[in-house]
Ligand binder design. Structure first.
Ligand code: NAP
Length: 261
């Protein structure tokens, strides 16, 4: 899984969404993140088809919405997602939230079926606590490949990171720029000035140094290219330590967050 991907939540101007996916792929991104709930899978598919990059080179992830997690709905809505995306299979399919229609036996049984049928390369989960992951691993035949959670310098998710390392799955950081709040963080700003790069690039490089994949959402070409620059940013140990030492507010971008939402 490429460690930098393009997020697409709220990229719901569909022409612009397709254009940002095409721009990102042609600039060098090889990972795109969407979801049934974003209502833009067809536009994401259009962007992939329009790019001068072959489908095989693109790591494509989508998510089954929390209302669609009965056995039958997982299968049927995933088939619809593939049709909208215009692909035979996705590289990663996530359970978006362990809530609403989520029933571990039923939902995960359907994910195993999709995996066996070759419609999904990898099984992912999102907004799962370590306890949710452990329970899912007892049921699933396929391995859990990734857990997608909110993560950025102001929410380092240390417990989940330790669990992911011990258990052997990938962490994918959503809202890796804290929806813009990292741009105002004094520590991130100081490091960015020192290296003459943007605060966004510093935040993404810090995540990569922790072995965490990041999927910043960017609409404009300037933001898409700025975030890609992060792959060239190498932060010395003292800068990583300074970010690790930021006084944590553990402030989530969504203050009403609950895994049972
Ligand atoms: P984010 O990526 O932290 O922040 C996106 C915001 O930052 C947008 O307003 C974007 O503006 C701006 N931005 C992007 N690059 C920038 C740069 N280089 N300089 C300045 N501003 C920049 O927040 P997010 O959209 O919440 O999270 C990213 C992705 O994670 C989502 O798109 C979605 O794919 C995924 N996600 C998943 C879940 C889940 O439950 N699994 C929840 C939330 C998000 P422009 O759009 O104008 O470029």
């Amino acid at each position: 899984m490429p460690m930098l991907g393009l997020g697409t939540w709220q990229n719901d101007d569909l022409a612009q969404c397709a254009e940002s996916v095409r721009t990102a792929l042609e600039a060098g991104y090889r990972h795109v993140d969407t979801a049934q709930a974003y209502d833009n899978e067809a536009a994401v598919g259009d962007g992939i088809a329009a790019a001068d990059v072959s489908r095989e080179e693109v790591f494509l992830a989508t998510k089954v919405w929390a209302d669609n997690l009965s056995y039958r709905d997982v299968i049927e809505t995933t088939e619809q997602s593939l049709e909208k995306l215009g692909v035979d299979a996705v590289d990663l399919l996530y359970i978006h939230w362990p809530s609403r229609a989520y029933d571990p036996e039923e939902t995960l049984g359907a994910f195993d079926e999709l995996h066996d049928r070759g419609l999904i390369e990898h099984v992912g989960v999102s907004n799962f606590t370590p306890e949710h992951v452990d329970r899912a691993r007892e049921i699933l035949d396929a391995p859990i490949f990734a857990n997608q959670v909110e993560m950025h310098p102001q929410l380092p998710q240390e417990e989940l990171l330790a669990h992911a390392t011990e258990t052997g799955y990938n962490l994918v950081a959503y809202s890796p720029l804290a929806r813009g709040a990292v741009m105002d963080d004094p520590t991130v700003l100081e490091i960015a000035e020192k290296h003459d790069v943007s605060p966004a690039a510093v935040s993404l490089a810090w995540l990569r140094e922790r072995d965490v994949t990041a999927i910043p959402k960017a609409t404009s070409e300037a933001h898409i290219r700025d975030n890609l620059e992060s792959v060239r940013v190498e932060l010395p140990a003292e800068d990583l330590a300074a970010i690790d030492a930021i006084e944590r507010t553990d402030r989530r971008v969504d203050p009403d967050f609950s895994p049972d939402w």
